[in-house]
Design a protein around this ligand. Structure first.
Ligand code: BGC
Length: 766
C-alpha cells in the first residue's frame, strides 16, 4: 500500500478518496460482492445472504476509506427479498404491488408515483439502497415472457409512467435501476442474442422511454441489458452507455450490468464494460476485479476509465441510506401499503367487454370456475416476483363483500389447488427455481358439462378466471399461452351453454401479466375484465370493480391482436423454447440454433403504430377500456405555447349516472414530409379526477415540439418537419372524439451518430 492519507468518504472529498485508493481497491469498488446462491462464475439470478437476505446484490465495503457496502434488491413490483431468515422468527414479507403492465394501464401518473413512494419506503425500511426497476423495455411482441414487468408497446407511456415511478421511489431517499437498457424485448437466448434494429427504431421506440426517465427523473442507476444491440453487447457498448446515455441525455448516475453469466473472452469483456461506462459489474466475481487490475497493469485499460467509474460509484454511495447510516426498521407499514395496492390495481384493470351485466347488483352466490379463481396470481415469476404475505383469491374477495361461492365447486377446486401445488413441490419440477419466486400456473381441471349444469341451479352468475403465468428467462408460446388451451375453451363453452340460456351472466376475469387471445371466445361471455396480475389484494380489487365500488378506468397500453401472428414481429420472434431445458432457457450458455440474432424488420411499426398505419383489424385497440359511465369530450383548443411547445386543452364531462375517471389520449398525425411517419402517435395523455355525474374537468397538456420529432438517420438528428399537424383526441387509438390542426415550423436537434446496424435489415415500409 502506497497511500499514507486515509480520508473517510464524504460528499465533499470524493477526489481525495480516489487519490487515496489503491488500484485493487478501485477495482473492487467496480465489481459487486458476488452471489451466495450459485457459486462459481455461472451465477446469474441475484440472491445474496449477507446484509439483507435475498437481496439481489451488494457493492463492496471499504472500511479503511469509510465506504459502506450498499444493497441492491430486485423489483419492480415490490421489494424482492427472502420472507424468512435462518434462526429468526420475524418475517420479511414485502407488499406485492400490481405488475408494471397493470400500473401503466391506469394511465394515472399521480397514482403510479404514490405506488412508487410505497415501494421506495419498503426498500428503505428493509435496509436496501436501490430497487432494480422500473422495467422500461417495450412490449414488442405479446410473447415476451417479461412483458408483465414492463409498461407498454408505446415509448411515451413507458417513459411517463417510468418517470412517475422513479420520482415516487427516489422521493424516499433510495434509488431506482431503470432496466434493461436496451432492447431486451425477448427472453429467449437473452444473454447471447443480438438485437438488430435500425437507428430510427432504436431512438424512437426502444431508447425513448429510458430517455424520458433520464431527462425528467434523474435515476440513480440504470441496468444494462444482457443482449447485444447491433453487434455489440449492451454491457460493453460505449455508444449506448456513454454517447447516447451520458452525452446526448445527460445521465448522471451509475450503470450496472444485468446479473451477468460468464461469457467468452471474459478478460476483454470486463475491460470493454469498464471503458463503455458500465460502472458496476454485478453480481460480481473476483475474476472481474482481477481483469481490471491486470488490464490497467498491462496497459490494455486506461486508468482514466477506472477513475471515472470509481468517481461515479462514490457519488452514488454518498446518496445512499447505508452511507447516512439510516436506521431501518424492518417493519414497513404493510397494512397501509395493502390499501395502496388494492386501490391502484382497480385503476389498472381494464374492462374489455360489458353486455350490461356489470356492475353486478344483488349478487348472492357465484359459481367460480378456473383454477386461478382459487390460486389467484398476484405477480409474475423470476426476479420480478415478490414474496408476498398473502394473495387474496376470488373466493375471499367475494366473501369479503358478502358474496358466497357454490360449495361443491369450491371444494373441488380448492382441493385440487392444494394437491397440485404440493405435487409440484414434491416432483422437484425443473421449474423449481420459480417456486421460490412466484407461483406457477397450475393446469386446468376438466369440469364436466354435468357438473356445470349442477352449478347453474345454485348460482346467480358464473365467473371464470383465465390465468397465465410467465417470467424471466422464458418467452411465451402461442398455443396454450397466448391462445387458450383446449381445457379452457371447453370450460368457457360449457359454462356459457349452461348459464346464459338460464339468464345468468358469465363473466371472465383475465389474471395474466400479458395479452391473450380473446376474439374466438368473447361472444360466448357477457363481460370480460382484464385484472392483470394485480398484486396481493387481487381478489378484493376484482370484487371492488365487479360490484361497482370502483368504476374501472384502466385503458390498454398495448394492442390486443386477433392472433399472435398479426404482429409483424412474431415472424422473427423465437418460439422454439419447448425443446429446451430450463437451465438452457434461462441462458446459461445454450444457444437455440439460428437464434443468436433477432431482426427488427417491423422497424418503428410496433404495436398500434403498425395496426393503425396498415389498417389491420384488432381485438382491442391500444388505449381501449370501458367504464360504467359515459363521457363527452368538448372541442379541443390547440395553440402554440412559446415557440417550442403546443398546448392542448379539452373538457371532459361525465354524462352518465355513476362517478368515474376518463383518460384523454392525444394522438398526433404528422404532415407528409421527407420521413415516413406512422398514421398517428400518442404524444400526450391526462386522466381526470373522479368526476361526479354531470361534472366536467378541463385537462391541459403541453407537448414540446421536440416530442413530435422523428429520428432522421441521414442527419443523425431529431426532426420535426414543418407543416400542419393534426391533434386527435380520444379514448383509444381507434375512438377519436375531436381533432384540431396547428401549423408548426421545423425543429431539429443533432445527436450522436451511433448504433447503426451492421447487418442489412429488410425493413417494413408503407
Ligand atoms: C434479471 C434482472 C434482475 C437481476 C437480479 C437478472 O437475471 O434480468 O432483471 O434485476 O437478475 O436478480
Amino acid at each position: 500500500m502506497t497511500t499514507t492519507a486515509q480520508p473517510k468518504l464524504s460528499a465533499t472529498n470524493i477526489d481525495e478518496v480516489i487519490k487515496a485508493m489503491t488500484l485493487e481497491e478501485k477495482a473492487q469498488l467496480l465489481v459487486g460482492g458476488g452471489n451466495d446462491s450459485f457459486t462459481g462464475s455461472g451465477a446469474m439470478l441475484g440472491h445474496q445472504e449477507r446484509l439483507v437476505a435475498g437481496a439481489a446484490g451488494i457493492t463492496v465495503e471499504n472500511k479503511r476509506l469509510g465506504i459502506p457496502a450498499t444493497v441492491l434488491t430486485d423489483g419492480p413490483a415490490g421489494v424482492h427479498i427472502d420472507a424468512t431468515r435462518k434462526n429468526d422468527s420475524q418475517t420479511y414479507y414485502a407488499t406485492g404491488f400490481p405488475v408494471g403492465t397493470c400500473l401503466a394501464c391506469s394511465w394515472n401518473t399521480e397514482l403510479v408515483e404514490a405506488v412508487g413512494k410505497a415501494i421506495g419506503n419498503e426498500t428503505l425500511e428493509y435496509g436496501c439502497d436501490v430497487i432494480l426497476g422500473p422495467g422500461l423495455n417495450i412490449h414488442r411482441n405479446p410473447l415476451c415472457g417479461r412483458n408483465f414487468e414492463y409498461y407498454s408497446e408505446d415509448p411515451f407511456v413507458t417513459g411517463k409512467i417510468g418517470v412517475a415511478m422513479t420520482r415516487g421511489i427516489q422521493s424516499q431517499g433510495v434509488g431506482v435501476s431503470a432496466k434493461h437498457y436496451a432492447v431486451n424485448s425477448q427472453e429467449s437466448n437473452r444473454t447471447i442474442v443480438d438485437e438488430r434494429v435500425s437507428q430510427r427504431a432504436l431512438r424512437e421506440i426502444y431508447l425513448r422511454g429510458f430517455e424520458y426517465v433520464v431527462r425528467e427523473s434523474d435515476p440513480w442507476t440504470l441496468m444494462s441489458a444482457y443482449n447485444s444491440v447491433n453487434g455489440k453487447y449492451a454491457q460493453g457498448n460505449k455508444d449506448l452507455l456513454t454517447s447516447v446515455l451520458r452525452d446526448d441525455w445527460g445521465f448522471r448516475g451509475i450503470v450496472m450490468t444485468d446479473w451477468i453469466s460468464k461469457r467468452e473472452g471474459q478478460g476483454l469483456f470486463t475491460i470493454d464494460e469498464v471503458e463503455a461506462g458500465n460502472d458496476l459489474l454485478t453480481p460480481g466475481f473476483p475474476a472481474q476485479a482481477e481483469d481490471i487490475v491486470n488490464g490497467v497493469k498491462s496497459g490494455k485499460l486506461d486508468i482514466k476509465y477506472v477513475d471515472q467509474n470509481v468517481r461515479r460509484m462514490l457519488e452514488y454511495i454518498v446518496k445512499t441510506p447505508r452511507f447516512r447510516n439510516y436506521q431501518f426498521s424492518n417493519k414497513p407499514d404493510l397494512k397501509a401499503h395493502a390499501l395502496i395496492t388494492r386501490q391502484s390495481s382497480t385503476e389498472g384493470m381494464v374492462l374489455l367487454k360489458n353486455a350490461g351485466v356489470l356492475p353486478i347488483k344483488n349478487l348472492k352466490t357465484v359459481a367460480l370456475f378456473g383454477v386461478n379463481s382459487y390460486d389467484f396470481l398476484a405477480g409474475g415469476l423470476g426476479s420480478g416476483a415478490v414474496n408476498v404475505p398473502y394473495s387474496v383469491d376470488m373466493v375471499t374477495g367475494l366473501k369479503n363483500i358478502g358474496v358466497s361461492t357454490t360449495p361443491l365447486l369450491t371444494e373441488i377446486y380448492q382441493n385440487y389447488v392444494k394437491f397440485a401445488n404440493a405435487k409440484l413441490k414434491a416432483d422437484k419440477n425443473p421449474m423449481m427455481w420459480f417456486l421460490d419466486t412466484g407461483r406457477p400456473k397450475l393446469d386446468e381441471i376438466d369440469i364436466t358439462a354435468r357438473c356445470v349444469q349442477h352449478e347453474v341451479k345454485e348460482a346467480d352468475a358464473a365467473i371464470i378466471t383465465i390465468g397465465r403465468q410467465a417470467g424471466e428467462g422464458l418467452d411465451r408460446e402461442i398455443e396454450g399461452e397466448f391462445n387458450l388451451s383446449a381445457a379452457e375453451k371447453a370450460m368457457i363453452s360449457r359454462v356459457s351453454d349452461a348459464f346464459r340460456p338460464a339468464g345468468k351472466p358469465v363473466i371472465v376475469i383475465i389474471n395474466s401479466g400479458s395479452v391473450i387471445e380473446t376474439a374466438s371466445w368473447r361472444d360466448r361471455v357477457d363481460a370480460i375484465l382484464c385484472a392483470w396480475q394485480p398484486g396481493e389484494e387481487g381478489g378484493n380489487s376484482v370484487a371492488d370493480v365487479l360490484t361497482g365500488k370502483a368504476n374501472p378506468s384502466g385503458k390498454l397500453t398495448m394492442t390486443w391482436p386477433i392472433a399472435a401472428t398479426d404482429h409483424p414481429s412474431t415472424k422473427n420472434f423465437p418460439q422454439e423454447m419447448d425443446n429446451y431445458t430450463f437451465r438452457e432457457m434461462i441462458g446459461w450458455g445454450a444457444q437455440i440454433p439460428g437464434r443468436d440474432y433477432t431482426n427488427h424488420e417491423e422497424d418503428i411499426y410496433v404495436g398500434y403504430r403498425y395496426f393503425d398505419t396498415f389498417q389491420k383489424e384488432v381485438a382491442y385497440p391500444f388505449g381501449f377500456g370501458l367504464s360504467y359511465t359515459t363521457f363527452q369530450f368538448s372541442k379541443p383548443a390547440v395553440k402554440a405555447k412559446g415557440k417550442d411547445a403546443v398546448e392542448v386543452s379539452i373538457t371532459v364531462k361525465n354524462t352518465g349516472s355513476t362517478s368515474g375517471k376518463e383518460v384523454a389520449q392525444v394522438y398526433v398525425q404528422a404532415p407528409k414530409g421527407r420521413l415516413e411517419k406512422p398514421a398517428q402517435e400518442l404524444k400526450a395523455f391526462a386522466k381526470t379526477r373522479e368526476l361526479q355525474p354531470g361534472e366536467s374537468q378541463t385537462l391541459t397538456m403541453v407537448i414540446p415540439v421536440r416530442d413530435l420529432a422523428s429520428f432522421d438517420e441521414a442527419g443523425s438528428q431529431w426532426l420535426t418537419e414543418a407543416g400542419t399537424y393534426t391533434f386527435r383526441i380520444g379514448s383509444s387509438s381507434r375512438d377519436i372524439h375531436a381533432t384540431a390542426n396547428i401549423k408548426l415550423n421545423e425543429y431539429t436537434e443533432k445527436v450522436s451518430n451511433v448504433l447503426a446496424p451492421k447487418a442489412k435489415l429488410n425493413l417494413l415500409k408503407q
